[in-house]
Design a protein around this ligand. Structure first.
Ligand code: NDP
Length: 335
């Protein structure tokens, strides 16, 4: 495994990490979850991602139990959770001071840990003043319940604003965002965030590197029975990924990308994961898996990055045909 600094911080995260969305609590049982996590840990993964929303809190409970059962040293792990959705009550969602403080406490209890290393605002909350959210995150960190805080799927402008508020009031600024990043979804990481890497030292913990499995090629001949997109509760994901003209186009491109993978002698999952790893602004690629064999395969992608030479990247770009033109400058001009 290789380890990268999380943005401009001293924290090292494994370049490939492991998360529990869809799988823990909804798709796999405790034993399979244990086997997947230990497979990842044995491959050198130190960062494990979670959220209060995953399987209604069950995912955090499973991860906490697995860590206890495995007997891993807490200081060897970088654990995260994300706050935004925890229930149906008026204060169970969003980024109010109340929800962040109470949500963090509840998550720690479920995960059976005194602190998480990273805590994220799972989405932006346009109804809560940014200063309230920044103060709440600062408080969570000052009380030792988390070490670093960040955002997920915030815009560059929203992150910059949180950073400025924190600096103005002497509070802890956000360190990282958790954006989607994969061959089909790249504008934010490659363009919109570009100024933030230098300006505020933003780190990124990117999600859905295999776009929920589509980039493994497993959906090119239909929908396998035991796959994510065959699950009733993820019908919406199937619709958004496969069931449109754009979806058909994606499948066609995956077919062509498979030829590139063949040419250099690697699998499609390896090609898609190595492509994400090649981006130096990606601090860690959060992988997901429903089977330990998938984890075993995915972790080997770390050794394939050097096979993506300039020629290979050029072939990939010509198939994808979606490279963002140039970084978008979101800052207001002087005139
Ligand atoms: P991926 O795009 O990598 O999809 C993972 C899924 O693809 C697996 O569960 C499995 O599904 C399939 N798969 C994985 N490896 C293989 C393989 N080698 N061969 C065949 N199929 C494979 O990542 P996720 O969408 O799971 O996202 C990763 C993590 O990112 C999440 O667990 C979560 O921690 C985080 N995340 C964060 C979000 C946010 O809003 N901040 C949103 C979404 C995710 P199956 O076997 O069922 O087909």
């Amino acid at each position: 495994m290789k380890y990268r600094y999380l943005g401009r911080s001293g924290l090292k995260v494994s370049a490939l990490s492991f998360g529990s969305w869809v799988t823990f609590g909804d798709q796999v049982d405790q034993q399979v979850a244990y086997d997947c996590m230990t497979e990842a840990y044995d491959a050198g993964v130190n960062f494990f991602d979670n959220a209060e929303a995953y399987a209604g809190g069950e995912s955090e409970i499973m991860m906490g139990n697995i860590i206890k059962k495995a007997g891993w040293k807490r200081s060897d792990l970088v654990l995260s959770t994300k706050l935004f959705w925890s229930g149906d009550g008026p204060n169970d969602t969003g980024l109010s001071y109340k929800h962040i403080i109470e949500g963090a406490d509840a998550a720690l209890k479920r995960m059976k840990t005194d602190y998480v290393d990273l805590i994220f605002c799972h989405r932006p909350d346009i109804h809560t003043p940014i200063e309230e959210t920044v103060r709440a995150m600062d408080q969570v960190i000052r009380s030792g319940k988390a070490f670093y805080w960040g955002t997920s799927e915030w815009s560059a402008v929203q992150i910059q604003k949180a950073y400025q508020v924190a600096r103005e009031y002497g509070l802890r600024p956000p360190l990282m965002d958790q954006p989607q990043y994969n061959m089909f979804h790249r504008d934010k990481v490659e363009s919109e965030f570009q100024p933030l890497y230098d300006d505020i030292g933003l780190g990124t913990t990117i999600w859905s590197p295999l776009a929920s499995g589509l980039l493994t090629g497993k959906y090119n001949d239909g929908i396998p029975e035991d796959s994510r997109l065959s699950m009733d509760q993820y019908e919406w994901l199937k619709e958004s990924l496969l069931d449109s003209e754009e979806g058909k186009e994606r499948l066609r491109k995956v077919g062509e990308l498979a030829d590139v993978a063949d040419e250099i002698g690697i699998s499609m999952p390896h090609l898609a994961l190595a492509w994400c790893l090649k981006n130096e602004n990606v601090s860690t690629v959060i992988t997901g898996a429903s089977k330990p064999e998938q984890v075993q395969e995915n972790m080997k992608a770390i050794d394939k990055v050097n096979l993506l030479t300039d020629d290979v990247i050029e072939k990939i770009e010509s198939i994808l045909d979606n490279k963002p033109d140039k970084p978008q400058d979101f800052r207001p001009s002087d005139d």
